[in-house]
Design a protein around this ligand. Structure first.
Ligand code: NAD
Length: 286
């Protein structure tokens, strides 16, 4: 956690005359005021990369809405720890189930998707969240590394969608949410392959929204700005975090729950005519 700075410090750019919302920081406010979506109750939701970070908040958020959640993650200990945490959560009526699986292994992904779909009795919502933003320079990249990064950051989103779409087609209803990234819109350095993949995520969303729309399957991209997850902490310096806050319109640090809130809205019936688009949650960074 070295390099992390307290929210109070990160929000140092807040104007002194800005109104304080009952003493809460911007980071804390959404969790306390989480909306409840009756249409998510009982929904069968599959999340990739659900064990930690944004995926963890998505898994927990949907479970707290009364959805039946299954998630896939390569990190076994974190996956089991999340299930144990939600088992003890009085707001969770259906404890999420997990499959420990690397999503870049297409056969394994397919097996995990089948196992979860069968266990949940179908799939109403798929959230393609797993990704890994490892850094590299142009000289580091080999064809093998390129393929491996694309498999982690893009390919699985297509094949997971392919796996659930027959069930969604049969019921003439479904939602697919893909996690994009602000990074390629900003053109950051040392992230070329990740940014190519994340640009592809937006193309994939638009293509699938058009192709699957006639069966009432909605497909959208959520684009997070810079979110304070445990993994992101490794890249932070206090100066870097302060720069991000300074560049945002809103002077706080985004939390995983802020992205989960958008996922829950887009998956709910309240968003029934939202499809084929990118929904930003970035504090107005871009
Ligand atoms: N955190 C941010 O600031 C930020 C910004 C823009 C976009 N995003 C996007 O949001 C999504 C979630 O990001 P995050 O910050 O929570 O990431 P994270 O690294 O904190 O969590 C990702 C999860 O995916 C899992 N995972 C990684 N590779 C996997 C694989 N090959 N197979 C199975 N599981 C795998 C990890 O174990 C982890 O649980 C990603 O798609 C990411 O690109 C995040």
């Amino acid at each position: 956690m070295t390099g992390a700075i307290p929210v109070a410090e990160a929000t140092q750019h807040l104007r002194h005359d800005a109104p304080a919302a009952s003493g809460q920081t911007i980071a804390e406010a959404p969790a306390a005021a989480q909306a409840s979506y009756p249409s998510l109750r009982g929904k069968r939701v599959i999340v990739s990369g659900g064990a930690s970070g944004i995926g963890e908040a998505i898994v927990a958020g949907f479970a707290q809405q009364g959805a039946r959640v299954g998630f896939i993650d390569v990190a076994e200990a974190a996956a089991h720890a999340l299930v144990a945490r939600l088992e003890a959560d009085a707001d969770v009526s259906h404890v999420p189930i997990c499959q420990v699986q690397d999503v870049s292994d297409s056969d394994g992904l397919n097996r995990a998707m089948r196992t979860l779909t069968e266990a949940l009795g179908g799939c109403d919502v798929l959230i393609n969240n797993a990704a890994s933003d490892d850094r590299h320079t142009i000289d580091d990249v080999t064809p093998t590394y390129w393929d491996e990064r694309m498999a982690v950051n893009l390919r699985h989103a297509f094949f997971a969608s392919q796996a659930v779409w027959p069930a969604m087609k049969a019921q003439s209803e479904g939602v697919i949410l893909n996690l994009g990234s602000i990074s390629w819109h900003l053109g950051l350095e040392e992230l070329a392959i990740y940014q190519v993949a994340k640009a592809g995520i937006e193309g994939l969303t638009r293509s699938l929204a058009r192709e699957l729309g006639p069966w009432n399957i909605r497909v959208n991209t959520i684009i997070p700005g810079n979110v304070q997850t445990e993994r992101q902490m490794r890249w932070y310096t206090p100066e870097g975090e302060a720069e991000i806050v300074a560049a945002q319109c809103l002077k706080g640090r985004l939390q995983p729950v802020d992205i989960a809130a958008m996922a829950m809205f887009l998956a709910s019936d309240d968003a029934r005519y939202c499809t084929g688009h990118e929904y930003w949650v970035d504090g107005g960074w871009r």
